[in-house]
Design a protein around this ligand. Structure first.
Ligand SMILES: Cc1cc2nc3c(=O)[nH]c(=O)nc-3n(C[C@H](O)[C@H](O)[C@H](O)COP(=O)(O)OP(=O)(O)OC[C@H]3O[C@@H](n4cnc5c(N)ncnc54)[C@H](O)[C@@H]3O)c2cc1C
Length: 448
């Protein structure tokens, strides 16, 4: 059965970018929004994420005595990515980040604080924001979706995959989708593509990210890069397709350990008992490649009770503990026996690097490998989410953001800064939604 729908805005994907775009657009009660979500079985990547929001210059930071700004945030991201080509995009996203962090906390009532215990490579001051319980992105997305579902001018359709874009005379005028036995034809003034990247698509991963090998995929399976097939025939340009959000602290049970551990003194040792890296020299995305180069693509991370005291306050550590991935040994001899390593060689490997503190037994440890969480390449966009063709022109009627669009890591996964993923998604959702609420690009609605 075919059903025709007419709205002002149709959003493909109810993840971080799509939900934020719809929430902000529907702040204008005259704007009618339809959000189509492929599947809620696993939910979106934002829902399985750690829910850490990077923002520079928030009132939470000010209250904690942290001096930060959008400019500093931008500079940190660019220093890590080296991607000057996207300076304007990074600036635009960093500029709105404090606004949506404040809005989520103050207007939508979601508890938020700055994570002073969340040290990350390349982050010159603490700027990750999360709920005080460190519950991860699941409760945050549930909270945001509830507000969306309650809006009278929003239709939120789950189990409704978008199957393609509708195009008339080069202008995108909506989408086709399906829901159960219904074929949906949605007519819209603005179409927002927020369907994330392609880490769940083996063929596309092989095509663009073959050097990652066959990594554990820690994201949701709906991230199959559907938008690539929709946007390619329209002449869209794709950028940074080989960059990913990788993770070098994935346990063998598929969970992750707290990325702050290296800054709490944790040490990495490979199967040969060698300390092969300065643990603080890489972010977790860059560390993935270093772990991949080790024998069997594995290493063991070792830390002590003092580090555990801080690190345990995270959904990643709770999940790892539940999965049985966190182990303990009373002393170096016990650790060496458990790891089947020479005790003297292990004691040498555990010696602190200059300026670092020495770990003291009893020890905690976890076997780690590398994984990919999301891709960071996608459609080229301008600072307001308009999709760029290879000739530099924009595709009328269309916006894209989050993982469907180019990320902020530059051309390589090591260029990923912690918090970039949700910054791209919430940030562009915010920018696009606000423009729509203000009437930008909305054609005269035909449904009234
Ligand atoms: C384990 C993990 C931890 C992470 N932790 C963090 C973190 O702490 N901080 C951070 O900044 N980033 C983090 N990230 C990255 C972040 O989650 C993503 O970058 C972000 O969610 C991307 O937002 P998005 O809106 O593009 O995609 P998503 O949030 O994944 O939403 C996309 C939605 O589109 C739907 N969809 C796909 N195809 C279709 C279709 N054809 N039709 C309709 N719907 C479709 C999907 O089902 C999904 O619901 C993490 C990622 C993972 C996997």
């Amino acid at each position: 059965m075919r059903e025709d729908i007419e709205v002002d805005v149709v959003v493909a994907g109810a993840g971080a970018c799509g939900v934020m775009a719809a929430l902000r657009a529907s702040e204008n009660p005259d704007v009618v929004v339809a959000v189509l979500e492929k599947s809620m079985t696993e939910g979106c990547n934002a829902g399985v994420s750690s829910g850490s929001l990077a923002a520079g210059g928030t009132r939470f930071q000010a209250a904690a005595g942290i001096e930060d700004s959008a400019q500093r945030h931008t500079a940190d991201i660019l220093a890590n990515s080296g991607d000057e080509r996207h300076r304007d995009l990074v600036t635009a996203l960093c500029t709105v980040a404090p606004d949506y962090v404040h809005w989520i906390a103050d207007d939508l009532g979601y508890p938020m604080q700055v994570g002073v215990d969340m040290a990350r490579k390349g982050m010159s001051v603490p700027r990750l924001h999360a709920d005080p319980a460190r519950a991860g992105g699941g409760p945050l997305m549930t909270h945001l979706r509830k507000f969306l579902a309650d809006r009278p001018n929003v239709a939120l359709l789950d189990e409704a995959p978008v199957t393609g874009l509708r195009v008339e005379d080069g202008t995108v005028v909506g989408v086709t989708a399906s829901q159960g036995s219904h074929d949906l034809v949605v007519q819209a003034g603005v179409t927002v593509v927020a369907t994330d990247g392609f880490a769940g698509n083996r063929a596309l991963m092989q095509e663009h990210c073959a050097e990652l090998g066959d990594p554990f995929h820690g994201g949701v399976s709906t991230a199959t890069g559907d938008s690539i097939g929709w946007l390619s025939p329209l002449g869209a340009e794709f950028r940074n397709m080989s960059a990913c959000l990788r993770h070098g602290q994935v346990t063998l049970r598929g969970t992750r350990v707290n990325p702050a551990l290296p800054w709490l003194g944790a040490v990495l040792v490979n199967r040969r008992g060698e300390r092969f890296v300065d643990e603080q020299a890489h972010g977790y995305s860059g560390l993935a490649g270093v772990i991949q180069a080790q024998p069997d693509e594995r290493a063991v991370m070792i830390w002590d009770a003092e580090a555990q005291q801080t690190a345990r306050h995270s959904e990643m550590m709770r999940e790892s503990e539940q999965a049985g991935a966190l182990l303990e040994a009373p002393d170096v001899a016990g650790l060496a026996e458990a790891l089947r390593l020479d005790p003297l060689a292990l004691a040498l490997a555990l010696k602190p690097l200059p300026g670092r503190r020495a770990l003291v037994g009893p020890f905690h440890y976890a076997w780690l490998t590398h994984g990919v969480l999301t891709t960071q390449g996608g459609a080229a966009i301008d600072t307001t989410g308009r999709v760029l063709r290879t000739d530099g022109t924009t595709i009328p009627g269309l916006r894209a953001g989050g993982g469907a669009a180019v990320g902020l890591a530059g051309t390589h996964s090591a260029g990923y800064s912690s918090g970039n993923g949700l910054l791209s998604a919430f940030g562009m959702g915010w920018i696009v939604g606000d423009e729509i609420a203000a009437g930008v690009d909305l054609r005269v609605p035909t449904h009234r």
